[in-house]
Ligand binder design. Structure first.
Ligand code: C2G
Length: 131
């Protein structure tokens, strides 16, 4: 069974998130998503609208996602890849090159981001509409 892993906050879930989850799943048979905890988001200087429990529950409902685990820190990726016997690590290409150190442990793939949507765009558009 080919296992794939990806990481993210996945707040205000949108079609760009679905695109990468779909493509990540297509690279194997089993997709693990490590979703950033609220504490780790603070380290990423991100304030998610939905808390961890609700973002986790939403991700677990997606047909492409087989397992959701917490992402507590930047440094857990090697441990995760080994522990979960991951074959392929996937991230959007806004992270191009940032996780190449994982190539010692698994295949590393950066997939093109979906243009035209992002959580911050949703927030900004809503602010403008209601201004
Ligand atoms: N993404 C995408 N297209 C978009 C928006 C997001 O492909 N229009 C991808 C990102 O490249 C990332 C994933 O969706 O691979 C999740 O995006 P975020 O929730 O913004 O995650 P991020 O804050 O980049 O956290 O350790 C890694 C970090 O946790 C990644």
């Amino acid at each position: 069974m080919k296992k794939v892993i990806t990481y993210g906050t996945f707040d205000l879930l949108h079609w760009g998130h679905i695109n990468i989850l779909k493509r990540a799943k297509e690279l194997g048979d089993y997709l693990i998503v490590a979703i950033s905890t609220d504490e780790f988001n603070a380290i990423k200087e991100k304030k998610a609208y939905h808390n961890y429990e609700n973002r986790k529950m939403i991700l677990e409902s997606i047909r492409y996602v087989d397992e959701v685990i917490p992402e507590n820190k930047w440094e857990q990726k090697i441990e995760d890849v080994i522990k979960h016997k991951v074959d392929t690590f996937v991230m959007g290409d806004d992270w191009e090159g940032k996780f190449d150190f994982l190539e010692e442990y698994c295949e590393v793939k950066y997939l093109p981001r979906t243009v035209g949507i992002s959580t911050s765009k949703i927030k900004n558009d809503l602010l403008e509409k209601n201004a």
